[in-house]
Design a protein around this ligand. Structure first.
Ligand SMILES: [Zn+2]
Length: 238
């Protein structure tokens, strides 16, 4: 297949994991599963996804953690509306609300959305994709997208949705595993984050910067992550 980021057809096979080929693009360095699972295969897979009940017992702590995480980001973003993509049971959505945002959260898990609405009634939750919300022409000053992009099969469509969802001048905060982190094993297939059909697209900083810059964003900075192979980027919509 061609690279989901740069469309180059030159790829190197890294190996096979969970019966999926893992490729690395010669041109841009993105890694990805090949072929991508079909929507039907993913439906079967995600139907087994439940809600982590332990999170509910620890909801105050979880929200506080997100309040701390958004401390700097919130200062960079204009006030207004926030959207949390892949909101799960709504901790980041609620944290944004506590910073004064009119807070929205979307997810594809029905059970998560119902629970989020029950726990945080002052926020607005919806069973929807980023593309659904972008298709309605809605815009937000702050968009958070934690640990979502590595699950997607339609990278370009999703990036187009991000471009449309973040109002010019607004802030995007996105996180995903980091293939370029020093803690990632030399044999990348041994890394637990290479886990198709769960994770399908694997970014390092250069690939993330390219994706965002090609879709209307200026990367402000990556959070330094010393002890966790996680990429956390803050970008402003131009
Ligand atoms: Zn590429």
């Amino acid at each position: 297949m061609t690279c989901p980021l740069c469309e180059s057809a030159k790829e190197q096979r890294v190996g096979i994991k969970n019966d999926y080929q893992i490729q690395r693009c010669d041109q841009c360095g993105l890694m990805y599963a090949d072929p991508m699972p079909t929507p039907e295969e993913l439906d079967v897979f995600y139907a087994e996804y439940g809600v982590n009940r332990k999170n509910i017992e620890r909801k105050d702590e979880k929200v506080r953690r997100w309040v701390r995480r958004l401390f700097l980001i919130e200062k960079l973003a204009p006030p207004g509306r926030s959207l949390d993509i892949g909101c799960n049971t709504g901790f980041a959505t609620e944290a944004a609300r506590r910073y004064g945002y009119e807070a929205h959260g979307i997810d594809l898990g029905r059970e998560s959305i119902e629970l989020a609405q029950e726990m945080f009634p002052a926020c607005d939750f919806e069973l929807a994709t980023a593309q659904d919300v972008a298709g309605r022409g809605e815009q937000f000053e702050l968009v958070t997208c934690p640990e979502v992009i590595e699950h997607l099969t339609e990278l370009q469509t999703f990036a187009e949705a991000l471009r449309s969802l973040v109002r010019p001048g607004g802030i995007l905060y996105l996180t995903t595993p980091d293939t370029g982190h020093w803690l990632v094993p030399r044999d990348k297939l041994a890394w637990k984050e290479i886990s198709p059909p769960h994770h399908l697209i694997y970014f390092g900083r250069p690939q993330m910067r390219r994706l965002l810059e090609e879709h209307g964003f200026r990367v402000l900075f990556f959070f330094p992550m010393l002890h966790k192979p996680n990429l956390r980027v803050v970008a402003r919509r131009i």
